[in-house]
Design a protein around this ligand. Structure first.
Ligand code: ZN
Length: 283
């Protein structure tokens, strides 16, 4: 691969070859979780931005290959008891303080109109949540009458989904796990920024979205976060990708979907977020 002056090659989203360095880190920013992989070695990381589509990449040489099968739950929630406690804490937040409540409200408003004719309220609507983690999202959707299935690579997250949340669960990496059936809605809530190849992951959803179905995507908004500086959580080490309005739109298109709504907001937690609804393009 030809490398440019920042050693990065092409933008994975728009194929442009020119980048600018935005931030450099020689120690973890305040608040960043100390994963075992990032605590063992000298910390050195940069955030660069594509000069065309505005997409951000976080570049480092630390070995994060075991992050989502083990390290992520260990570092974030400690163990099964930690999962349950964090789940209960988030579920107990009042709606005006909960990112999850805002997400659910937004999705219900959109889908109530969108599925009015194709999946009327008298029928069960089905959602597949990729990278479900604590399952706070499918849990709330369940109380709204949706049939929910969670997918997560960590067995502890799926055990929690089955036992504590009472939804269906599939333990596996969505990149490599073939999931049977189709769903009215497939959700990627703060998932695509965590993976090396978000286009491949999103494209896989085409296999499981129903003919009249939708995907919903939430990612960190680097453009607004960057204004506030390098300590923002949008740029933490577990996000190899941070999006711009244009790069999210391009990613959706390249993955075989057609964006029908994209918007940005600052959530109750203060996270800057881009969120999109999209439908599959006909091949
Ligand atoms: Zn680009």
């Amino acid at each position: 691969m030809n490398k440019n002056n920042l050693g990065t090659g092409k933008c994975p989203i728009c194929m442009h070859e020119s980048f600018s360095q935005i931030f450099e880190y020689t120690s973890p920013p305040k608040g960043e979780i100390r994963f075992s992989f990032s605590s063992k070695t000298n910390y050195n990381r940069r955030v660069i931005q594509c000069n065309l589509c505005g997409h951000y990449l976080s570049i480092h040489k630390m070995d994060d290959s075991s992050l989502y099968s083990e390290d992520y739950v260990n570092a974030n929630y400690n163990d099964n008891h930690g999962i349950q406690k964090t789940y209960e804490k988030i579920m107990a937040l009042p709606p005006h303080k909960s990112d999850n409540s805002g997400r659910v409200q937004n999705i219900l408003e959109f889908t109530d109109k969108y599925f009015m004719d194709t999946v009327p309220p008298s029928e069960k609507r089905h959602v597949l949540d990729i990278g479900s983690g604590l399952s706070v999202f499918p849990s709330k959707m369940k109380t709204e009458g949706w049939d929910c299935t969670a997918v997560d690579p960590d067995p502890r997250a799926i055990e929690h989904a089955l036992k504590n949340v009472g939804i269906k669960g599939i333990c596996g990496d969505f990149f490599t796990t073939d999931i049977p059936g189709t769903y009215d809605l497939i959700t990627f809530n703060k998932v695509l920024e965590h993976v090396k190849d978000p286009e491949k992951l999103l494209a896989k959803a085409k296999n499981n979205v129903s003919a009249n179905g939708l995907v919903y995507i939430e990612v960190p908004d680097g453009e607004l976060a960057a204004i506030e500086g390098k300590e923002r959580e949008e740029f933490f080490i577990d996000h190899p990708h941070i999006f711009s309005f244009a790069s999210l739109s391009l990613l959706v298109k390249k993955s075989g979907f057609f964006p029908i709504k994209i918007e940005r907001l600052k959530e109750p937690s203060t996270k800057y977020t881009l969120r999109a609804f999209a439908i599959p393009c006909n091949d």
